[in-house]
Design a protein around this ligand. Structure first.
Ligand code: PGA
Length: 255
């Protein structure tokens, strides 16, 4: 019922894949397949692909995002990219707190919050990732873990700024493993996130928030997942690199 208030958002997360030339090619292939989408379509690409990607999607219904940004505007942070740098290129979206950043690059709830703040301060819309490890699910602490990640990531974020946040619930055990959460599991945690946000802000704010599911979403399982009342879209890794599969997911979100 409240789902009608929210626009579905399907975002590709290309991770560390595709050169600029390959990015152009992939986006050219995706463009005609998603042109009639009745949902927002985003491709989050490696930093070096941003320029090519932005140019390639001009005039289309695909928006481009980055996969991370640092919390400082500039300085001695070798290898990092700042939010003002992304803003200067007119990149509208950025993924923050992906579990691969948390697992392999020491990202914590606190640094995720700092990056969220920087992205919002620079006019970007954030795709904020949260999700539990398998051990946490097995210990029955999924709700605690995901609620904590959500609350800390949103520290200092106003209700007005919340409009520029999309939350992606991505159970870590489902990412890149081919093991999808069941539609019921995905919906349960997305609903819990929404209730957590309602507690921090208001029911209206929570009802307006887009919450995606991510983790082995593909052309086959997308429809069932996206049919769930609290699942408003998807963050797609592997399948976002396959134009026909990605288009199929976009189609499922458009129904
Ligand atoms: P996957 O990745 O679709 O390949 O599981 C999702 C993600 O990590 O965002």
């Amino acid at each position: 019922m409240n789902k009608a208030l929210r626009k579905a958002v399907i975002a590709g997360n290309w991770k560390m894949n595709k050169t600029p030339a390959e990015a152009r090619e992939l986006l050219e292939a995706i463009k005609p397949l998603v042109k009639d989408a009745d949902c927002d379509v985003i491709a989050c690409v490696p930093f070096v692909d941003l320029d090519a990607a932005l140019e390639t999607v001009k005039g289309s219904n695909i928006a481009i995002g980055a996969e991370n940004c640092h919390w400082e505007a500039s300085g001695a942070y070798t290898g990092e990219i700042s939010a003002p740098m992304l803003a200067s290129m007119q990149v509208p979206y950025v993924i923050i707190g992906h579990s691969e950043r948390r697992t392999y690059f020491g990202e914590t709830d606190v640094t995720v919050n700092k990056r969220v703040r920087a992205a919002l301060d620079n006019g970007l819309t954030v795709i904020l990732c949260v999700g539990e490890y398998l051990e946490q699910r097995e210990q029955g602490v999924t709700d605690e873990v995901v609620a904590m990640q959500t609350k800390i990531a949103l520290m200092g974020v106003s209700a007005e700024e919340l409009k520029r946040i999309i939350i992606a619930y991505e159970p870590v055990w489902a990412i890149g493993t081919g093991k999808t959460a069941t539609a019921a599991q995905a919906n349960e945690v997305c609903a819990m996130i929404r209730a957590t946000v309602a507690g921090l802000y208001s029911k209206e704010d929570a009802d307006a928030l887009t919450i995606q599911y991510g983790g082995s979403m593909n052309a086959k399982n997308a429809e069932e997942l996206l049919d769930q009342p609290d699942v408003d879209g998807g963050l797609i890794g592997g399948a976002s690199l396959k134009p026909a599969d990605f288009a199929e997911i976009v189609k499922a979100a458009s129904r």
